[in-house]
Design a protein around this ligand. Structure first.
Ligand SMILES: *Cc1c(COP(=O)(O)O)cnc(C)c1O
Length: 425
């Protein structure tokens, strides 16, 4: 074992990692484009954009240059009572890309805090009007992060067993589809009529990431949002994973006719360079906190709020996102994914295969049920790693969410390994 791995085992506690049976971690020494290089000199294709964050490849010269310039100008500044150009410019440009009803940007540090801020904005909005509404509606299987608010609106499962009785009550509803939409709307409407306590509705639009890349149609979500809005319920889109081109559009909310009131972003926000979270909101949410009464202040903030270096990475990543080449790459990956889905649609080893934009998921038929702890996960990951491809299956679900710099031939090479894997099952 190398000394880094030895010391890793001695001093480091890794996230979401079974401490007893986990394999020795791969020691990454360098990143370049879609690839990592490990300490043994292996070149590994990062097919999951390093936990879904890296949009344009590793160590992109343009982002690295911009971040480096920022580091020599202003590395960090307190953001209460002070401001700076990177945060203001990034806010302006995000508002330019977000649905037209979004008007203000609130900064935090990651996806969980972006969600936490969204939930607190909703509660503050009602509180400031002297209205007692505290309950949220969320989808079954949802994942909204690991802080207590995020866990509360998330599914109750193995991720949060230990904390279960500390989580606040949420109404979990199934994902909408052609069969249940009418019943779902009837049920919700009768809740709204009989209990006047629902504050907000939070959802991962179109794709539920951590649940296993579960996909559902925009039109049904649209119907639910319309129903909620007409009952005064605030709608939060958690676009932490779906933002920045992942579903083929700039934001998954772009597929919706009825726009969310609050949108949470992180993951791709800085192109995978720095931790940063954003919660955007419509004017009426912000206005509820504009008051002569100081107790109506939104008392939330983090020490590193709007870190200028992270914001400069965000701006550089947006520059790249806005390039025609990037948009063409997103469309190309989406098309190739779709074709591959059609090709595998009836594969006997698959329970399902689906794609939305640049996200592709294969649900493998196993003896066990589909769930996160399904034992298929480790063996699938190590199979792909031996072929030089990094995937991180969610149980028996293998998915791709590649950086946009991946080439057609690299993507086809990944498809080929997937087919070969299925063949050898
Ligand atoms: C990853 C994720 C989060 C949490 O983001 P972190 O940066 O890991 O805290 C929240 N919501 C969704 C939809 C996510 O995919």
């Amino acid at each position: 074992m190398s000394s880094i791995i030895n010391k890793d085992q001695q001093y480091v506690w890794h996230p979401f990692t079974h401490l007893k049976y986990a394999e020795i971690p791969v020691h990454i020494v360098k990143g370049e484009g879609a690839y990592f290089y490990d300490a043994d000199g292996n070149k590994l294709l990062d097919a999951i954009s390093s936990w879904w964050v890296n949009l344009h490849g590793h160590c992109h010269p343009y982002i690295s240059k911009k971040v480096s310039e920022q580091l020599h100008t202003l590395e960090h500044a307190i953001f209460s009572g002070f401001t700076h150009e990177p945060a203001v410019k990034l806010a302006e440009r995000l508002i330019g890309h977000l649905p037209k009803n979004q008007s203000k940007i609130f900064y935090s540090d990651n996806g969980s805090t972006a969600v936490e801020v969204g939930l607190k904005m909703v509660l503050q909005y009602w509180h400031n009007q002297g209205i007692s509404k505290k309950k949220f509606i969320a989808f079954e299987n949802a994942y909204h992060g690991d802080t207590f608010g995020g866990m509360s609106v998330g599914a109750r499962n193995v991720f949060n067993h230990a904390f279960e009785n500390l989580l606040f009550d949420v109404i979990h509803i199934p994902l909408p589809d052609a069969e249940n939409i009418d019943h779902l709307k009837d049920t919700l409407q009768s809740w709204f009529t009989n209990h006047n306590d629902i504050a907000g509705f939070i959802f991962e639009p179109l794709v539920q990431g951590a649940a296993g890349m579960l996909m559902y149609e925009a039109s049904y979500l649209d119907e639910l949002i319309e129903l909620c809005r007409s009952n005064g319920i605030v709608c939060i889109a958690d676009e932490v994973m779906t933002g920045f081109g992942r579903t083929g559009a700039f934001f998954a909310s772009d597929y919706l006719t009825h726009k969310p009131d609050i949108i949470c972003l992180s993951k791709g926000l800085t192109g995978g360079y720095m931790p940063l979270g954003v919660t955007s909101c419509a004017e009426f949410i912000y206005n509820a906190c504009v008051s002569d009464d100081k107790t109506k202040t939104f008392f939330h903030g983090h020490s590193y709020t709007a870190n200028p270096t992270a914001c400069s990475a965000g701006l550089a990543s947006l520059d790249l996102m806005e390039k025609t080449e990037t948009q063409e790459q997103i469309q190309l990956i989406s098309r190739l994914n779709q074709a591959f889905v059609l090709q595998l649609k009836t594969h006997e080893k698959l329970k399902d295969v689906r794609s939305k934009g640049t996200i592709l998921a294969l649900e493998i038929r196993t003896e066990e049920h589909t769930h996160y702890l399904n034992h298929a996960s480790e063996s699938i990951a190590s199979y792909f790693l031996k072929k030089g491809i990094i995937v991180r299956p969610l149980g028996n679900i293998v998915y791709l969410i590649p950086p946009y710099c991946i080439t057609e031939s690299e993507l086809k090479q990944v498809y080929a390994v997937m087919e070969q894997f299925l063949e050898e099952l």
